[in-house]
Design a protein around this ligand. Structure first.
Ligand code: IPM
Ligand code: MG
Length: 362
């Protein structure tokens, strides 16, 4: 029976990269990958159509699907809308609605791209770290929040950083279990020297560590972690952290790999249902020009095959095909270097499709 994928292209470069990603997945149909794709609007595109960044029709489609393939949301034309109407709310509501609390953001340096990083190649070559970001709580969702007039008549903005122990415990378990499948090192990032919320975070993670004697747990303050990530990134295996620190550190980690255009992500609930998206944003400056790198979306699709669709063999093949096109010198503008083959979005996807099929005929 074929599985159903809700495709939510969104805004900016989202539509062009997801279109190419779907083409790559479709090319595996003759070999038995039976996926049905249904497209729905999200973000600014949905606001334009339905005055809602997450219309009910889109939500219903996602509820009926086996996984969500997401593009990107946002654009300057929406920045002055009231907050509930902004494109980002479409994504945040999806995360909350499906309880997608575990956000896996791997940062892997492909050998061919070690020179594309702004850091020295010897610092990043061979890097393979995973940021596990809690995605449904923290200051992103904590109440109360708002902008009001204080007693002195001054406008005052406030948000609430908040975690309960159940939320910390479930992401910590995912962290330890993920580390067990990798190099068995887990670094929990917090700001326990200042913030009560993250003192609780540290306490709960330490309690849970007793269940995982084979994992080496360390704790690091977020400011130090930001520094260590550029100083000596290979010291890390799995980093587990809260929603806000994870947002910031994962953008930083992406640049270790050469381009934010390369990094996939998976956002999962406890039923292995997930939303898969590149970690890059909507890049309005290059939208519609056919320049965007589709590899982060294609690598997100590989994560979807592995984590939600039980198709690990196809996932491995997709990742191998991406490595092969990079080794063959294919580059989009963001990872361009002298002597490479400069390709646009569609041509890069075609190169991946060609590599997939060469691999299968061997
Ligand atoms: C991300 C993005 C989102 C976030 C935005 C678009 C709401 O930056 O997925 O990292 O802050 O979580
Ligand atoms: Mg972000």
């Amino acid at each position: 029976m074929s599985k159903k994928i809700a495709v939510l292209p969104g805004d900016g470069i989202g539509p062009e990269i997801t279109e190419q990603c779907v083409r790559v997945l479709e090319s595996l149909r003759p070999e038995g990958l039976a996926l049905d794709f249904e497209i729905a609007a999200v973000g600014g595109a949905a606001y334009d159509e339905a005055k809602d960044p997450l219309p009910q029709a889109t939500l219903s489609l996602c509820e009926a699907a086996d996984a969500i393939l997401f593009g990107s949301v946002g654009g300057p034309q929406y920045d002055s809308l009231p907050r509930p109407m902004r494109p980002e709310q479409g994504l945040l509501r999806l995360r909350k609605h499906f309880d997608l609390f575990a956000n896996l953001r791997p940062a892997t340096v492909f050998p061919e791209l070690a020179h594309a990083s702004t850091l020295k190649p010897e610092i990043v070559a061979g890097l393979d770290l995973l940021i596990l970001r809690e995605l449904t709580s923290d200051i992103y969702f904590g109440q109360p929040r708002g902008i009001h007039r204080n007693a002195q008549g001054l406008r005052e903005g406030f948000d609430t950083m908040r975690y309960n122990e159940a939320e910390i415990s479930r992401i910590a378990h995912v962290g330890f279990q993920t580390a067990l499948k990798r190099k068995r090192r887990l670094c929990s990032v917090d700001k326990a020297n200042v913030l009560e919320t993250t003192q609780l975070w540290r306490d709960v993670v330490s309690e849970i560590a007793r269940d995982y004697p084979d994992v080496e747990l360390s704790h690091m303050y977020v400011d130090n972690a930001a520094m260590q990530l550029v100083r000596q990134p290979k010291q890390f295996d799995v980093i587990v952290t809260g929603n806000m620190f994870g947002d910031i550190l994962s953008d930083e980690a992406s640049m270790l790999t050469g381009s934010i255009g390369m990094l996939p992500s998976a956002s999962l609930n406890d039923k292995q249902f997930g939303l898969y998206e590149p970690i890059h944003g909507s890049a309005p400056d290059i939208a519609g020009k056919g320049l965007a790198n589709p590899l982060a979306s294609i690598l997100s699709a590989a994560m979807m095959l592995r984590y939600s669709l039980d198709e690990a063999a196809f996932a491995d093949r997709l990742e191998a095909a991406v490595r092969k096109v990079l080794a063959g010198g294919c580059r989009t503008a963001d990872i361009e270097e002298p002597g490479c083959k400069r390709l646009g979005t569609a041509a890069m996807a075609e190169a991946v499709i060609a590599a997939l099929h060469e691999a299968s005929s061997r």
